[in-house]
Design a protein around this ligand. Sequence first.
Ligand SMILES: *[C@@H]1O[C@H](CO)[C@@H](O)[C@H](O)[C@H]1NC(C)=O
Ligand SMILES: *[C@@H]1O[C@H](CO)[C@@H](O)[C@H](O)[C@H]1NC(C)=O
Ligand SMILES: *[C@@H]1O[C@H](CO)[C@@H](O)[C@H](O)[C@H]1NC(C)=O
Length: 359
Amino acid sequence: MSLTSVLVAAILSASGASASAIPSRQFARQDASIPLLTWQLLPTGSTQQFRGLAPVSDQIAWVSGTNGTVLKTVDGGSSWTSVGPSLSEADATLQFRDVQAWSAERAVILSIGEGSDSRIYITSDGGATWTQTFVSEEEKAFYNCVDFDTEQHGFAVSDPVNGKFRLIETFDGGASWAIVDSSGMPPALELEAGFSASGTCLETAGGRWYAAAGGVDPGRVFASPDGHVWSVADSTIDGGEASGVFTIQFRDARHGIALGGNFSAPTGNVNNAAWSDDGGLSWTAAAKFPGGYRSGSTWVPGLCKTAIAVGPTGSDVSVDGGRTWHGFYNGSFDSVECVNAGACWASGSGGRVARLSFE
Ligand SMILES: *[C@@H]1O[C@H](CO)[C@@H](O)[C@H](O)[C@H]1NC(C)=O
Ligand SMILES: *[C@@H]1O[C@H](CO)[C@@H](O)[C@H](O)[C@H]1NC(C)=O
Ligand SMILES: *[C@@H]1O[C@H](CO)[C@@H](O)[C@H](O)[C@H]1NC(C)=O
């Protein structure tokens, strides 16, 4: 079965349609291995920027972003409810740049910023009530991303404090957090930092953990078997001011993609994507780069080598594990996540949220 028909079959079976319902012209592509994809925008009724995205299924998704906003849908994106924490006037502009969710009830959100703007809140009643479970007490810390490998265990990562990337760890689903001893973390380089662009600067897969960094040239990737002892490798992605690795995703313990580029030059389309097949120890530049700076990426679970990347200048798909990327959309998104081929979601500025489907 060609990959295109696999993807068509997967999306159709997820949507309950039959393959014969798709006009045959949609299969007639010059390169039949590249699926024909498009984003269907959903009516959030919001103008906020949603860099936080956590789909749970094809029906349930959470997005989070500027001005303390958190939205949730339980009907595939047809309707959205504002479910963010109630914030004091002083906190009303907190930016929830990352969200992790397990159901329509349970979610964790991370607000970014220096000092006490870096916070974590959790809910177990769908956002009706939230508990603030972490607030940074370090002036220099700036937490960018949070991720979990089980419902109980996760980390959040901050820009370097005293010369090393700072992590906090939870064993109770985000209810309590402890600073991780940094003795197993290699030193950060001067000006090295992470990017809170899409909630994917921290990643776990196949029992391993990864953190993406930039600010230095090239951008680097930190890798760890346990989140405590880390190694670091150069990527092939150009780094420097506002540049480097913005998003990292692995599909198992070995195979990963890293993307990014220059946030301030978003149409730059060289040295903005790389792949690894050794658990992030070494990186190879993509043979065909995405069309611009990319802030978010995701594998498509169930479609072995397929991944999607998004950024302000467009979306790209790879069907060969990140070796070559093919643009399929030129609208702006910051974040993307696929639960499976029938449940790929993207989110970004201007209240934009979308689900992937065929034209
Ligand atoms: C967020 O809030 C600020 C301050 O109230 C306001 O100026 C800004 O327009 C808001 N952003 C959006 C996208 O609504
Ligand atoms: C990123 O782009 C901006 C604007 O073009 C430029 O000033 C800056 O030098 C670029 N950064 C790097 C690391 O090339
Ligand atoms: C984006 O795509 C649309 C529809 O395919 C097209 O009309 C538009 O010109 C494109 N915009 C850019 C900036 O390429």
